[in-house]
Design a protein around this ligand. Structure first.
Ligand code: SF4
Length: 341
């Protein structure tokens, strides 16, 4: 069989199963995200777990692109302000309200219900995506999400978890603040209420080599297969997704201090593309890739500066996938999974 025939047409010309392709297939159009700042904080910053945060996290709490919650108080105001930023671009009619900054399930259930309900009530919002930590998804929060899903059956709720790596040693170094078992429990609980999970992974974390990153990709495959085994026989397993992101050194972070003392380094563009392509080809073709490169905020990005030319990076990745004649899942040969991780 010709290799081209092995790449699904539903991937719309890409060599991986992108978020774009997923939205076009499921919602018949590309959906754009509007990042919301809900004015929350994070237990890794407010002292509950730590006051310093993850070592790579900027003062904006990984929400440097969010519409400011300080100048636009309500979620609907932020959505309108966010829409205005796309002025003149052909963006269609559907939006995803992306609760991005800090930990968006770390607040009182009443407040969280109000902001999520506000976003889901917006007629042009197809759904919401909530970035949070797996240790902030207790029973009350899960029940709140379940209630909202029942109230808005035609809309979706996704949850994004910043796992970054499966390796406990790296997790301790970056001060992630929870063990892998907490993440696994959160994924199972979310899948049980049919909430899709998107896991953030970082390429090039301090001390990690390519094989460590590929071990995390392999773990994603096993986790996905396990969820399929655990899924209710009459309920489809919700979409699983990953966001793949290069390690950025942002100014005034603890990682920046280590970088300036030459104690950590960043990946070259060539190495990043090499790691990424190996990750893509060993990832199950059923897992949606929401992102293959990150957006380091220009004004605070110290390194690697090559990542600022995002168009060039994306073109180089597409070119290299073609040169190597490879695609997502090409080197993933299924799983004889027995339910263990
Ligand atoms: S959990 Fe997120 S918001 Fe909190 S310190 Fe880490 S990266 Fe920043």
């Amino acid at each position: 069989m010709n290799n081209q025939n092995q790449i699904p047409k539903s991937w719309y010309g890409k060599r991986y199963y992108s978020l774009d392709a997923y939205c076009k297939t499921v919602y018949q159009e590309k959906l754009y995200k509007i990042a919301i700042d809900a004015g929350l904080t994070c237990p890794n910053r407010d002292g509950k777990l730590d006051t310093r945060g993850c070592i790579f996290c900027s003062a904006g709490g990984s929400g440097d692109f969010a519409v400011s919650g300080r100048t636009h108080s309500s979620v609907s105001e932020q959505l309108e302000a966010g829409k205005a930023l796309f002025h003149g671009k052909p963006v269609g009619t559907g939006w995803i309200a992306y609760f991005q900054a800090y930990t968006n399930t770390y607040g009182s259930p009443d407040y969280l219900y109000r902001i999520f309900h506000d976003a889901l009530s917006h007629p042009e919002v197809r759904g919401i995506s909530i970035a949070t930590r797996p240790d902030c998804l207790g029973e009350e929060i899960l029940s709140l999400l379940n209630t909202l899903l029942l109230q808005f059956p035609e809309k979706f709720i996704w949850v994004e978890l910043g796992l970054q790596t499966m390796h406990e040693q790296t997790a301790a170094f970056i001060r992630r603040g929870y063990p892998l078992s907490v993440y696994e429990e959160a994924v199972t609980n979310l899948v049980n209420i049919s909430v899709p999970v998107i896991t953030h992974l970082i390429l090039g974390l301090p001390g990690e080599q390519k094989e460590d990153f590929l071990a995390t990709i392999s773990y994603m495959n096993r986790l996905y297969e396990r969820q399929k085994l655990l899924a209710h026989p009459h309920r489809a397993i919700p979409m699983f997704g990953v966001k793949l992101q290069l390690l950025h050194i942002l100014r005034h972070t603890d990682l920046d201090l280590l970088y300036q003392k030459n104690q950590v380094s960043v990946l070259s563009k060539e190495d990043y593309i090499d790691w990424l392509i190996s990750g893509i080809e060993t990832l199950s073709s059923e897992i949606v890739i929401h992102r293959i490169t990150g957006d380091g905020p220009k004004n605070i990005l110290r390194a690697p500066l090559w990542s600022l030319d995002k168009r060039n990076v994306l073109n180089s990745i597409a070119h290299q996938l073609k040169v190597q004649d490879t695609w997502q899942g090409k080197e993933y040969h299924g799983s004889t999974h027995n339910g263990t991780l």
